[in-house]
Design a protein around this ligand. Structure first.
Ligand code: C5P
Length: 312
Protein backbone atom coordinates (compact mmCIF):
# COMPACT_ATOMS: atom_id res chain seq x y z
CA UNK A 1 0.00 0.00 0.00
CA UNK A 2 1.26 3.49 -0.78
CA UNK A 3 0.24 6.73 0.85
CA UNK A 4 0.45 9.56 -1.67
CA UNK A 5 -0.62 12.09 0.94
CA UNK A 6 2.62 11.49 2.81
CA UNK A 7 4.85 12.14 -0.19
CA UNK A 8 3.20 15.14 -1.87
CA UNK A 9 3.40 18.52 -0.20
CA UNK A 10 0.57 20.63 -1.58
CA UNK A 11 1.72 23.99 -2.97
CA UNK A 12 -0.38 27.12 -2.42
CA UNK A 13 -1.50 27.05 -6.06
CA UNK A 14 -2.52 23.39 -6.34
CA UNK A 15 -1.29 23.13 -9.92
CA UNK A 16 2.04 25.01 -9.95
CA UNK A 17 5.05 23.07 -8.71
CA UNK A 18 7.83 24.96 -10.47
CA UNK A 19 7.74 27.82 -12.93
CA UNK A 20 10.38 29.47 -15.14
CA UNK A 21 10.24 31.87 -18.14
CA UNK A 22 9.59 29.29 -20.86
CA UNK A 23 8.89 26.12 -18.86
CA UNK A 24 6.61 24.98 -16.07
CA UNK A 25 6.00 21.85 -13.99
CA UNK A 26 2.42 21.19 -12.90
CA UNK A 27 0.75 18.69 -10.59
CA UNK A 28 -2.59 17.52 -11.97
CA UNK A 29 -4.79 16.01 -9.22
CA UNK A 30 -7.40 13.26 -9.44
CA UNK A 31 -11.04 13.87 -8.40
CA UNK A 32 -13.76 11.94 -6.64
CA UNK A 33 -17.47 12.32 -7.32
CA UNK A 34 -19.08 12.37 -3.87
CA UNK A 35 -22.48 12.66 -5.53
CA UNK A 36 -23.58 12.02 -9.12
CA UNK A 37 -27.23 12.08 -10.18
CA UNK A 38 -28.65 12.12 -13.71
CA UNK A 39 -31.46 14.60 -14.43
CA UNK A 40 -32.22 13.93 -18.14
CA UNK A 41 -30.95 12.59 -21.44
CA UNK A 42 -30.25 15.44 -23.85
CA UNK A 43 -30.90 15.71 -27.58
CA UNK A 44 -27.11 15.86 -28.19
CA UNK A 45 -26.66 12.39 -26.66
CA UNK A 46 -25.11 13.64 -23.39
CA UNK A 47 -26.87 13.59 -20.01
CA UNK A 48 -27.68 16.52 -17.74
CA UNK A 49 -26.25 15.71 -14.35
CA UNK A 50 -25.53 17.09 -10.89
CA UNK A 51 -22.27 16.16 -9.24
CA UNK A 52 -20.19 17.14 -6.23
CA UNK A 53 -16.54 16.82 -7.24
CA UNK A 54 -13.52 17.16 -5.00
CA UNK A 55 -9.78 17.03 -5.78
CA UNK A 56 -7.61 14.50 -3.93
CA UNK A 57 -3.86 14.22 -3.37
CA UNK A 58 -3.10 11.71 -6.09
CA UNK A 59 -1.32 13.47 -8.97
CA UNK A 60 -0.05 13.16 -12.51
CA UNK A 61 2.89 15.46 -13.32
CA UNK A 62 3.29 17.56 -16.45
CA UNK A 63 6.47 19.27 -17.61
CA UNK A 64 5.84 21.85 -20.34
CA UNK A 65 8.55 23.65 -22.32
CA UNK A 66 8.35 26.05 -25.26
CA UNK A 67 10.04 24.76 -28.44
CA UNK A 68 10.66 26.67 -31.69
CA UNK A 69 9.66 23.98 -34.16
CA UNK A 70 5.91 24.59 -33.82
CA UNK A 71 5.37 20.91 -32.95
CA UNK A 72 3.36 19.51 -30.02
CA UNK A 73 5.87 16.86 -28.86
CA UNK A 74 4.19 14.73 -26.17
CA UNK A 75 5.88 11.86 -24.34
CA UNK A 76 4.20 9.71 -21.70
CA UNK A 77 5.52 7.66 -18.81
CA UNK A 78 4.53 4.83 -18.98
CA UNK A 79 4.97 4.79 -22.76
CA UNK A 80 2.10 2.34 -23.18
CA UNK A 81 -0.18 5.38 -22.94
CA UNK A 82 -1.03 7.01 -26.29
CA UNK A 83 0.97 10.21 -26.92
CA UNK A 84 -0.95 10.96 -30.13
CA UNK A 85 -3.86 13.27 -31.04
CA UNK A 86 -6.32 11.13 -29.00
CA UNK A 87 -4.52 12.06 -25.73
CA UNK A 88 -6.46 14.88 -23.99
CA UNK A 89 -3.16 16.71 -23.33
CA UNK A 90 -2.49 16.86 -27.06
CA UNK A 91 -6.11 17.93 -27.72
CA UNK A 92 -5.83 20.70 -25.10
CA UNK A 93 -2.58 22.06 -26.60
CA UNK A 94 -4.05 22.12 -30.12
CA UNK A 95 -7.38 23.63 -28.94
CA UNK A 96 -5.51 26.38 -27.05
CA UNK A 97 -3.31 27.50 -29.93
CA UNK A 98 -6.26 27.25 -32.37
CA UNK A 99 -8.30 29.52 -30.08
CA UNK A 100 -5.38 31.96 -29.89
CA UNK A 101 -4.89 31.74 -33.69
CA UNK A 102 -1.22 30.87 -33.08
CA UNK A 103 -0.56 27.59 -34.90
CA UNK A 104 3.15 28.57 -34.94
CA UNK A 105 3.47 27.81 -31.20
CA UNK A 106 5.20 24.60 -30.14
CA UNK A 107 5.72 22.75 -26.88
CA UNK A 108 7.52 19.74 -25.50
CA UNK A 109 5.27 18.04 -22.96
CA UNK A 110 6.23 15.21 -20.62
CA UNK A 111 3.40 13.49 -18.82
CA UNK A 112 4.14 11.22 -15.85
CA UNK A 113 0.99 9.23 -15.21
CA UNK A 114 0.08 8.01 -11.72
CA UNK A 115 -3.72 8.38 -11.81
CA UNK A 116 -5.18 5.15 -13.21
CA UNK A 117 -7.05 5.51 -16.52
CA UNK A 118 -10.67 4.38 -17.07
CA UNK A 119 -11.14 4.74 -13.32
CA UNK A 120 -13.60 7.67 -12.99
CA UNK A 121 -10.86 9.75 -11.34
CA UNK A 122 -10.65 12.37 -14.12
CA UNK A 123 -6.93 11.90 -14.76
CA UNK A 124 -7.07 12.71 -18.49
CA UNK A 125 -9.30 15.73 -17.87
CA UNK A 126 -6.99 17.01 -15.13
CA UNK A 127 -3.97 16.64 -17.43
CA UNK A 128 -5.85 18.63 -20.10
CA UNK A 129 -6.73 21.42 -17.62
CA UNK A 130 -3.12 21.61 -16.42
CA UNK A 131 -1.97 21.81 -20.05
CA UNK A 132 -4.32 24.75 -20.70
CA UNK A 133 -3.10 26.62 -17.60
CA UNK A 134 0.58 25.84 -18.22
CA UNK A 135 0.69 26.63 -21.94
CA UNK A 136 -1.38 29.80 -21.46
CA UNK A 137 1.43 30.90 -19.12
CA UNK A 138 4.56 29.86 -21.04
CA UNK A 139 3.13 30.79 -24.46
CA UNK A 140 2.24 34.17 -22.85
CA UNK A 141 -1.25 34.15 -24.38
CA UNK A 142 -2.93 35.98 -21.49
CA UNK A 143 -6.27 34.21 -22.05
CA UNK A 144 -8.86 34.85 -19.35
CA UNK A 145 -10.29 32.18 -17.06
CA UNK A 146 -13.59 32.40 -19.01
CA UNK A 147 -11.76 31.67 -22.29
CA UNK A 148 -9.94 28.71 -20.70
CA UNK A 149 -13.28 27.40 -19.35
CA UNK A 150 -14.82 27.56 -22.83
CA UNK A 151 -11.87 25.65 -24.35
CA UNK A 152 -12.03 23.16 -21.44
CA UNK A 153 -15.70 22.39 -22.17
CA UNK A 154 -14.83 21.63 -25.81
CA UNK A 155 -12.28 19.00 -24.69
CA UNK A 156 -14.41 17.01 -22.22
CA UNK A 157 -17.21 17.32 -19.66
CA UNK A 158 -14.91 17.13 -16.59
CA UNK A 159 -12.08 19.48 -17.68
CA UNK A 160 -13.73 22.68 -16.32
CA UNK A 161 -13.81 21.21 -12.80
CA UNK A 162 -10.00 21.09 -12.74
CA UNK A 163 -9.98 24.86 -13.32
CA UNK A 164 -12.31 25.22 -10.29
CA UNK A 165 -10.35 23.47 -7.50
CA UNK A 166 -10.57 22.29 -4.78
CA UNK A 167 -14.31 21.40 -4.90
CA UNK A 168 -17.25 22.22 -7.17
CA UNK A 169 -20.93 21.52 -7.75
CA UNK A 170 -21.04 20.53 -11.42
CA UNK A 171 -24.15 20.72 -13.64
CA UNK A 172 -25.24 20.58 -17.31
CA UNK A 173 -23.13 17.76 -18.83
CA UNK A 174 -20.60 18.45 -16.03
CA UNK A 175 -18.87 21.44 -17.60
CA UNK A 176 -20.58 24.13 -15.50
CA UNK A 177 -18.54 24.02 -12.31
CA UNK A 178 -19.63 26.25 -9.41
CA UNK A 179 -17.07 26.45 -6.58
CA UNK A 180 -18.26 24.57 -3.48
CA UNK A 181 -17.22 25.61 0.01
CA UNK A 182 -14.68 23.03 1.24
CA UNK A 183 -14.09 22.33 4.95
CA UNK A 184 -10.76 23.45 6.42
CA UNK A 185 -10.08 19.96 7.78
CA UNK A 186 -10.49 18.01 4.51
CA UNK A 187 -11.76 14.43 4.27
CA UNK A 188 -9.86 11.15 4.41
CA UNK A 189 -10.62 8.36 1.97
CA UNK A 190 -9.55 4.85 1.05
CA UNK A 191 -9.27 4.70 -2.72
CA UNK A 192 -9.49 1.28 -4.39
CA UNK A 193 -8.52 0.97 -8.05
CA UNK A 194 -9.60 -2.41 -9.46
CA UNK A 195 -7.39 -4.10 -12.09
CA UNK A 196 -10.11 -3.51 -14.74
CA UNK A 197 -11.16 -0.17 -16.26
CA UNK A 198 -14.57 1.06 -17.43
CA UNK A 199 -15.26 3.21 -20.53
CA UNK A 200 -17.46 6.24 -19.76
CA UNK A 201 -19.57 6.00 -22.95
CA UNK A 202 -20.34 2.30 -22.32
CA UNK A 203 -21.54 2.99 -18.77
CA UNK A 204 -23.79 5.88 -19.87
CA UNK A 205 -25.26 3.67 -22.63
CA UNK A 206 -26.59 1.24 -20.02
CA UNK A 207 -28.00 3.94 -17.75
CA UNK A 208 -31.74 4.21 -16.93
CA UNK A 209 -32.59 7.91 -16.38
CA UNK A 210 -34.40 8.07 -12.99
CA UNK A 211 -38.00 9.31 -12.79
CA UNK A 212 -37.39 10.76 -9.33
CA UNK A 213 -33.80 12.04 -9.13
CA UNK A 214 -32.11 12.09 -5.73
CA UNK A 215 -31.36 15.60 -4.38
CA UNK A 216 -27.82 16.67 -3.48
CA UNK A 217 -28.67 18.88 -0.47
CA UNK A 218 -27.64 16.34 2.19
CA UNK A 219 -24.27 15.60 0.58
CA UNK A 220 -23.47 19.29 0.07
CA UNK A 221 -24.29 20.18 3.64
CA UNK A 222 -22.30 17.24 5.06
CA UNK A 223 -19.36 18.24 2.85
CA UNK A 224 -19.42 21.92 3.87
CA UNK A 225 -19.51 21.10 7.57
CA UNK A 226 -16.74 18.48 7.33
CA UNK A 227 -18.99 15.80 8.89
CA UNK A 228 -17.55 12.45 7.72
CA UNK A 229 -20.34 10.32 9.24
CA UNK A 230 -23.05 12.40 7.51
CA UNK A 231 -21.04 12.44 4.26
CA UNK A 232 -20.73 8.65 4.37
CA UNK A 233 -24.52 8.35 4.59
CA UNK A 234 -25.20 10.92 1.83
CA UNK A 235 -22.77 9.86 -0.95
CA UNK A 236 -24.58 8.63 -4.06
CA UNK A 237 -23.78 7.66 -7.66
CA UNK A 238 -26.46 6.84 -10.25
CA UNK A 239 -23.81 5.29 -12.52
CA UNK A 240 -23.07 2.46 -10.08
CA UNK A 241 -25.90 0.27 -11.34
CA UNK A 242 -24.92 0.27 -15.05
CA UNK A 243 -21.20 0.06 -14.16
CA UNK A 244 -21.72 -2.96 -11.87
CA UNK A 245 -23.88 -4.63 -14.56
CA UNK A 246 -21.02 -4.15 -17.05
CA UNK A 247 -18.29 -5.23 -14.63
CA UNK A 248 -19.60 -7.25 -11.64
CA UNK A 249 -16.09 -7.34 -10.11
CA UNK A 250 -16.37 -3.59 -9.42
CA UNK A 251 -19.72 -4.08 -7.66
CA UNK A 252 -18.23 -6.84 -5.52
CA UNK A 253 -15.26 -4.66 -4.56
CA UNK A 254 -17.55 -1.74 -3.62
CA UNK A 255 -19.70 -4.01 -1.42
CA UNK A 256 -16.64 -5.46 0.31
CA UNK A 257 -15.18 -1.98 0.87
CA UNK A 258 -18.51 -0.90 2.45
CA UNK A 259 -18.20 -3.90 4.80
CA UNK A 260 -14.66 -2.94 5.86
CA UNK A 261 -15.89 -0.42 8.47
CA UNK A 262 -15.94 3.03 6.77
CA UNK A 263 -18.58 5.78 7.13
CA UNK A 264 -19.72 4.88 3.59
CA UNK A 265 -18.40 3.60 0.24
CA UNK A 266 -19.25 4.51 -3.38
CA UNK A 267 -17.92 4.32 -6.94
CA UNK A 268 -16.37 7.50 -8.42
CA UNK A 269 -17.72 8.86 -11.74
CA UNK A 270 -18.25 6.11 -14.31
CA UNK A 271 -15.80 3.83 -12.44
CA UNK A 272 -14.00 1.61 -12.01
CA UNK A 273 -12.40 3.19 -8.88
CA UNK A 274 -14.35 3.07 -5.62
CA UNK A 275 -13.73 5.04 -2.43
CA UNK A 276 -14.59 4.89 1.26
CA UNK A 277 -15.24 7.95 3.46
CA UNK A 278 -13.35 7.73 6.77
CA UNK A 279 -13.27 9.83 9.97
CA UNK A 280 -9.51 10.50 9.92
CA UNK A 281 -6.26 9.09 8.57
CA UNK A 282 -5.98 6.38 11.24
CA UNK A 283 -9.52 5.20 10.46
CA UNK A 284 -8.69 5.18 6.73
CA UNK A 285 -5.59 3.00 7.34
CA UNK A 286 -7.68 0.62 9.44
CA UNK A 287 -10.37 0.33 6.70
CA UNK A 288 -7.67 -0.17 4.02
CA UNK A 289 -6.07 -2.99 6.07
CA UNK A 290 -9.41 -4.67 6.68
CA UNK A 291 -10.22 -4.44 2.95
CA UNK A 292 -6.84 -5.87 1.87
CA UNK A 293 -6.98 -8.71 4.42
CA UNK A 294 -10.54 -9.77 3.63
CA UNK A 295 -9.86 -10.29 -0.11
CA UNK A 296 -11.22 -13.64 -1.29
CA UNK A 297 -8.56 -15.67 -3.19
CA UNK A 298 -10.69 -15.53 -6.34
CA UNK A 299 -10.75 -11.71 -6.39
CA UNK A 300 -7.84 -10.15 -8.33
CA UNK A 301 -5.73 -7.65 -6.37
CA UNK A 302 -6.62 -3.95 -6.54
CA UNK A 303 -4.42 -0.89 -5.93
CA UNK A 304 -5.33 0.49 -2.49
CA UNK A 305 -4.41 4.06 -1.45
CA UNK A 306 -5.12 6.31 1.50
CA UNK A 307 -5.85 9.81 0.16
CA UNK A 308 -7.10 13.17 1.38
CA UNK A 309 -9.27 15.85 -0.22
CA UNK A 310 -7.78 19.28 -0.92
CA UNK A 311 -8.50 21.96 1.66
CA UNK A 312 -9.09 25.65 0.78
O1 C5P B 1 -17.39 14.57 -22.17
P1 C5P B 1 -16.65 13.28 -22.20
O2 C5P B 1 -15.83 13.13 -23.46
O3 C5P B 1 -15.88 13.02 -20.97
O4 C5P B 1 -17.78 12.14 -22.25
C1 C5P B 1 -17.51 10.83 -22.64
C2 C5P B 1 -18.81 10.12 -22.97
O5 C5P B 1 -19.60 9.96 -21.79
C3 C5P B 1 -19.71 10.90 -23.92
O6 C5P B 1 -19.43 10.60 -25.26
C4 C5P B 1 -21.11 10.42 -23.53
O7 C5P B 1 -21.38 9.17 -24.13
C5 C5P B 1 -20.97 10.17 -22.04
N1 C5P B 1 -21.44 11.31 -21.22
C6 C5P B 1 -22.80 11.56 -21.11
N2 C5P B 1 -23.25 12.61 -20.34
C7 C5P B 1 -22.37 13.38 -19.67
C8 C5P B 1 -20.98 13.14 -19.76
C9 C5P B 1 -20.55 12.09 -20.55
O8 C5P B 1 -23.64 10.85 -21.71
N3 C5P B 1 -22.83 14.37 -18.90
Amino acid sequence: MTHPGATHARPADPLAVHSARDSVVLAAPAKLNLFLEIRAKRPDGYHDLESLMVAIDLFDTLELRVIDSGAIALTCDPDTLSAGPDNLVYKAAVALRTHAKRSDLGAEIRLAKRIPTQAGLGGGSSDAAATLVGLNRIWKLGLTREELLAIAASIGSDVAFFLTLPAAWCTSRGEIATPEEAPASGFHFVLVCPPVGLGTAGVYKRLAVPEKPVAGDAVRSAFRTGDAAALGRAIFNRLEEPAFALEPLVGGIRRRLAESGPCGAMMSGSGSAVFAVCRDRAHAKQVANEFVQSRPVAEPESRVLVVRSFTP
